[in-house]
Design a protein around this ligand. Structure first.
Ligand code: FE
Length: 291
C-alpha cells in the first residue's frame, strides 16, 4: 500500500442513519465447490437495489477454494471482486486475462455477455475476499464488456486525523476520489480500517441504499453492535445525511451504498435482465456461442 496519504476533509454527519436489520448470510458453495457465505441474494435484491449479490469467502483450507470458478457466463450487470488475501487468475472469452491479488480489485462490466473463469493461483495459504454484483441500468445491460484490474497500490486512501484509514474503491470519501466512478447507480465502496477505538463518519445521499459488512472486529451504529461476519442494512430515513461507525478496537468494515435503479429485476443464475423474455434471449445467445 504505497498510495500517499491524502489530507482528508472532514465529513460532518448531523443526522446519522440507524440500523434497519442485521443479516448473517447463508453458507453455500458455488463454482466447482468453493465454500462461501452468500450475504446478499434474491430476497434482498429489491431492498438493496442496485446490488444483486454479495459473497464473502475466507479460508486457510485449500479444499475450500482450490477448484475455483471454471468457465461460466455473465450478462446484464457488473461484478466487483475484492481480494483481501490470496491470488486469483481471471481469463475470458474476449481474450482478457488478469491477476487479482492481495488488496486488489477487479471491476468487470459483463454487459452483453462474456464467458470467464476465476481460478486460484495458489495451492496453500489464505484466500479471502468478496464478490459484489452491481446491476446495470436497463439501457446499459447490453453494452460492450469491459474491465478494470485495479492493483492494491492504485486504490486511493483517506487517512483521518483519528487514525482511521479508508480505502476508496469507488465513489468519494473525505475528499478522496475513489478508483472507480460509475454513472446512474453512483456506487460507494469503502474499506474502512480502525486500529483502535475511533469513530468514522461518511455522508450518504438520503436516496441511496446502504449497508456495511464487518469482516474484522466489530463496530456499532447508533449504539447497536454489529458483530464480525454480519451485514447491517442501514435504514433509509429521508432526514438522514450519512452514517457514523464507532469501533472499540481494531476492526475492518466494508461500507457500500448506491442509488437504486427502481427497474424490474429478472435473474436466471448468472444472467440479470429486466424481463423473462430478455432472460430467454440471454440463454439462447449463450447456447449459440454469441458470448
Ligand atoms: Fe464470474
Amino acid at each position: 500500500m504505497t498510495t500517499a496519504p491524502t489530507p482528508s476533509e472532514p465529513e460532518a454527519v448531523t443526522h446519522p442513519r440507524k440500523i434497519e436489520r442485521l443479516v448473517t448470510g447463508m453458507p453455500t458453495s458455488d463454482g466447482a465447490g468453493v465454500k462461501l457465505t452468500r450475504v446478499i441474494s434474491g430476497n434482498l435484491q429489491k431492498r438493496l437495489d442496485p446490488y444483486l449479490m454479495l459473497d464473502a469467502f475466507g479460508s486457510d483450507d485449500p479444499d475450500d477454494y482450490i477448484a475455483g470458478f471454471p468457465n461460466h457466463p455473465h450478462r446484464g450487470f457488473e461484478t466487483v471482486t475484492y481480494m483481501i488475501a490470496g491470488r486469483m487468475r481471471h481469463n475470458d472469452s474476449h481474450g482478457h486475462e488478469g491477476l487479482l491479488q492481495n488488496g486488489g480489485v477487479q471491476w468487470m462490466t459483463a454487459g452483453r455477455g462474456l464467458v470467464h473463469s476465476e481460478l486460484p493461483e495458489q495451492e496453500e495459504g489464505r484466500m479471502e475476499g468478496f464478490q459484489l454484483w452491481l446491476n446495470l441500468p436497463a439501457r446499459d445491460k447490453l453494452i460492450e464488456p469491459s474491465y478494470r484490474d485495479i492493483q492494491s497500490r492504485d486504490i486511493p486512501e483517506a487517512r483521518l486525523d483519528n487514525g482511521v484509514r479508508v480505502r476508496v474503491v469507488a465513489g468519494r470519501s473525505h475528499g478522496v476520489e475513489g478508483a472507480m466512478q460509475r454513472p446512474v447507480t453512483e456506487p460507494l465502496y469503502l474499506d474502512v480500517h480502525f486500529d483502535t477505538a475511533a469513530s468514522f463518519s461518511q455522508r450518504l445521499p438520503a436516496t441511496a441504499n446502504a449497508f456495511i459488512y464487518v469482516y474484522r472486529g466489530s463496530v456499532s451504529i447508533g449504539g447497536q453492535n454489529v458483530p464480525v461476519k454480519h451485514m447491517a442494512i442501514l435504514g433509509n430515513d429521508a432526514q438522514a445525511d450519512g452514517v457514523v461507525l464507532e469501533s472499540q478496537g481494531p476492526a475492518s468494515v466494508l461500507l457500500i451504498a448506491g442509488q437504486p435503479l427502481g427497474e424490474p429485476i429478472a435473474q436466471y443464475g448468472p444472467f440479470v435482465m429486466n424481463t423473462q423474455q430478455e432472460l430467454i434471449q440471454a440463454v439462447t445467445d449463450f447456447q449459440a456461442g454469441r458470448f
